[in-house]
Design a protein around this ligand. Sequence first.
Ligand code: AMP
Length: 497
Amino acid sequence: MFKECSLNDLSKMDISETEIKNDKLHEECGVFGIYSPSGGEVSKDVYYGLIALQHRGQEACGIAVSDTSGEKGNLKLKKDMGLVSEVFHKEDFSNLKGNIGVGHVRYSTTGGSVVENAQPIAMNYIKGSLALVHNGNIVNANELKEKQMYRGLAHYTTTDSEVLAYEIIGDRVNSGSIEEAIKKSASKLKGGFAVVVMSPRKLVGIRDPFGIKPLVLGVKNNFVDGKGEQGSLFDNEKFDKHNTYILASESSAIRAVGGKVIRDIKPGEIISITSKGITSDYDLCQEKKAHCIFEYIYFARNDSVMDGIAIHTAREMAGRALARKSKVDADIVVGVPESGIPAAMGYSKEANIPYVQAFYKNSYIGRSFIKPTDEERRDAVHMKLSVLEDEVKDKNIVIIDDSIVRGTTMKQLIIMLKQAGAKAVHVRISSPPFLYPCYYGTDVPTSKQLIASKHSNEDVRKNIGADSLEYLSIEDFKYMVGDLQICKACFNNDYPV
Ligand code: AMP
């Protein structure tokens, strides 16, 4: 279904009640925001930024843009189900004109797979228009939503992001500035969130006080077209209104649009980009941090740098630690594309066993993980990955993946490797056994479906058909992220919020 919405249309959408009731407040997404104070069109950069963030959400996407020199509330929005390249077409950019914009890619549990839940969440209110994009999960959203409902507010989506938008609007009506309103609203939230808000004249970003979800600030030189100037402007990080400023979930998205990373937004920091400069408010910052370890294990792109840690290196270090802890006498090391590959390379280097590409990945197939039934997930693994038989025949293999959740992927890959003639398949996982659900926005099934939480290591080994199975230990995270304070609740049940 295709729906291009004007703001007024949003309230008229035909939303199936059952879909909404079955849906959970559950998000796992990528956000992008961009502002070019001196003018120019930003929607193409939002598009390319979202393409770079596609791995963070493949279910729905959207772009909202506005013109800061125009009427307050001249916001244009398009959002729909599907990949960024499916939803947006050339002709859309002539409608999405503006020098400030936000974009979103969404990945939720199956129940929430409805277009109404796509973002940006856009609203018109007394002070103009507002568009908001959000990655994370607000644990107390239901509580806030109930209060809003008693105040007579109608909700058109089942997302916690809409709850947050209403909070901000409510606080803005009584506050001096949008930054104050965002700060006030954020102080009521529990959970993990990285949010970018586009208001009529400002782009504002905020990260939860624990830094669970990532957010990075970048700059793009408007003259970066290979015609000089680039060096001098890029070396000068002072605010220049002729530059374009970007907020994104990952550094790879900033680089994808020809920008340069300035720095990570600090946990609890509110950053505001206006035509006069960039201001920062640290009032919500606190000492304790809890960066999501799963970003480093699986979620982020291999080429991103997050809170000072290069993702590829962190994964390679995990692989090296795994090799030191549980080396196998094998002929080859293979990795499960994509996030298992750096760990496999690390394992190979540390154990001095050759790394071999064992799988061909069909990049045109979406995620197998998101499929609703076991059977569909199993079929999706076969569609996505096929074995390079010559490489694995008669070999003793160590296979590395970043995680085992339900066990579907590894079980199917072992069947495929053995069918291709592998003699033995030893499984090494570059994270600890996954035991507890995540409440902050990483899509993890209930503990019941987490294979390691219900079965012993030996039972899991038998179930997936491995010749041996070992995991990284929680202590080994230090090799991945040094002394960065992390949330590892999915492994040790210790939730920061
Ligand atoms: P499973 O097949 O259920 O054991 O899931 C493990 C596979 O899914 C691994 O290859 C991971 O790279 C990937 N994976 C792990 N966690 C997630 C997640 N939260 N969302 C999507 N994919 C995931």
